[in-house]
Design a protein around this ligand. Sequence first.
Ligand code: ASP
Length: 432
Amino acid sequence: MKLHNQILLGLILGAVFGVSAHVFARDAAWLGFVNDNVANPVGQIFLRMLLMTVIPLVFASISLGVAGLGDLRKVGRVGGKTIAYFLLSTVIAATIGMLLVNVVRPGGGMDPSLRELLLETYRSQAVGLQAAGDRTFGVNTFVNIVPRNPVQAAASMDMLAVIFFALMFGTALTLIPKERARPMISVLEALGDVVIKIIDFAMKLAPYGVFGLIFFTTSRFGWEVLRQLGMYVAVVLVGLLIHATVSLSAMVRILGGLNPVVFWKKARDSAITAFSTSSSNATLPTNIAVAERELGIPPQIAGFVLPLGATMNMNGTALYEGVTVLFLAQVFGLGLSLPQQVIVVVLSVLMAVGAAGVPGGSLPLIMVVLSTVGVPPESIAIILGVDRILDMCRTTLNVTGDLTAAVYVARAEGGWRPEMATAAQPEPTAAS
Ligand code: ASP
């Protein structure tokens, strides 16, 4: 069986067994044992195999991407197009969410006793989040992108700082004499190849890892809360679906010239990895492999656009943030005026840029948006019970959104043509 299908099977079986275990054996001791000693460890090993490649991969691919693009003006142009695309697709996503939540009004009729119950149940988690997210948006947000110490930035997985250092490194490489730069470029190329091999090892584990992660999540998930917040969850999911099938697909077709059906088929491994890990960072290695091998995107474009996208481009998160803020405002009977809603869209986009690509990375930032528009930030407790399932879905869109950006930039800049995606032959190690 192809690795693709094995991973898909892992996902489906993990969900079926996990939900069944939840229904039939929620409180059984054996389920806790299996989760603690089998499902979670296997999932975590897969996740860590991917995560341990992220820093060397980002460093190698961004510096090589910049060095490969050659002159600085080209780097600036590619960077400009990349960021313009990120902003456009994120604004569209957030707007879709806002329109839906205004039409459906999922928070309008929430029973106050349910509201209090949810607030009470998840209050302590919300307080922890607030402590974690106690940063304000201001000039220091930008100053902090420049690391004092790149090794420390790497050690704390501060992705924007690592990206900044890699950008500087790649740029400097193009400015020193060619014969001096060449050995460094060879080292970086070899580093990139080695890391891709490690990702291949990790992907061999993927069917089991995905099974473990999904089983662990679904068997412990509070499905009852899902029913209570059904309308809210439905609005987020429908919004994500509309963005994927309508706006992103249209952008792939119009800006990338690629048939969206082909695109979504090729993006499958990225989607499944994102869904099961809920982390853009952890999915970055797979995403780069998918872009190069499945879509035939040139490495200097994939290596430049996708690491930036993993931290800066979060379509799903922006949509989710907008919906959540408005939903919570509705729950508290606070009508937000049109200008306030525009502020929510703008902040959602900014916060999606700032959110870390880790599970629940956007939650502390949502609290900042909530307090800006006068909704009590602790009210995030109301939705925490369903967050994981929504995180899985929004991360899937975050990551596939990055791939659509790579398609667009590759076509606009990299000499890539849509036929190259159809013709791309995945390497046997990754896909078979
Ligand atoms: N989990 C998301 C990601 O990694 C971030 C978030 O929305 O919480 O892309």
